[in-house]
Design a binder for this molecule. Structure first.
Ligand SMILES: *Cc1c(COP(=O)(O)O)cnc(C)c1O
Length: 219
């Protein structure tokens, strides 16, 4: 199967209202163009430099989504064009996004990355710290940041019950946090190549799929 066929096969399995981020990190611009010509417009990248180079080269109606851990000093590189930053894991990072988005008179969508996996290494907010931060009201003074929802990466394991536990927890957190925001808080970003069918069962509204579209990455 080629990229177009794999993309269309995946899209056919997504319920209405679920968006697909085609994760193109480490794949060449030519692969992105294949997906683009098949109709895909949202692409996910994990490194600011790589994303910026691709954004300069590729069609302007692509919506770029930063999915990897983002250092605060790299925000300014992507602020002029990025549509969504889905790996937002600290107050400092949010403040920097607000500052840079304001400079460009833009509003940048963000997802709060929450740590729910059974692994020490995974990034993301601790749930209690996130609750405290949101309750502080700090976000209400940031007009250039729009909090669209939450994102997580489930535990990397063959044990499906652990993955289900992670998705259940993030879905509960998503429902709880909705109470603090307006209707634009509508995005539950869960599900990657190996676990997206399960994520859909837990109400995913945004899957992030790389390998199943573009094949294996060569690092
Ligand atoms: C790389 C990556 C993906 C895509 O992973 P695949 O297994 O290739 O589908 C999704 N989300 C995040 C945060 C990633 O870093």
């Amino acid at each position: 199967m080629n990229i177009k066929e794999r993309l269309h096969r995946i899209l056919a399995t997504l319920p209405e209202g679920v968006s697909l981020v085609a994760v193109s990190k480490f794949h060449p611009a030519a692969s992105i163009m294949e997906a683009y010509e098949a109709g895909q417009r949202i692409f996910g990248e994990s490194r600011p430099q790589e994303m910026t180079a691709k954004a300069m080269e590729l069609p302007k109606d692509i919506e770029w989504s930063m999915i990897g851990h983002l250092q605060t000093n790299k925000v300014k590189m992507i602020a002029p064009y990025v549509t969504m930053i889905s790996s937002v894991d600290s107050a400092r990072l949010i403040e920097e996004i607000e500052r840079q988005a304001a400079r460009y008179e833009r509003c940048i969508d963000i997802l709060l990355e929450v740590h729910v996996a059974q692994e020490e290494t995974k990034s993301g907010w601790d749930v209690d710290e996130l609750r405290t931060y949101i309750a502080s009201g700090a976000l209400s003074s940031m007009p250039h940041v729009r909090v669209r929802g939450v994102m997580t990466i489930a535990t990397n394991t063959d044990d499906e019950s652990i993955v289900r536990g992670d998705f259940k927890r993030i879905r509960d957190i998503f429902e709880e946090l909705k109470g603090y925001f307006d209707t634009s808080f509508d995005t539950l970003s869960i599900g990657m190549s190996d676990d997206y069918p399960i994520a859909l069962e837990y109400g995913s509204t945004m899957v992030r799929i790389g390998t199943a579209i573009f094949g294996h990455r060569v690092y």
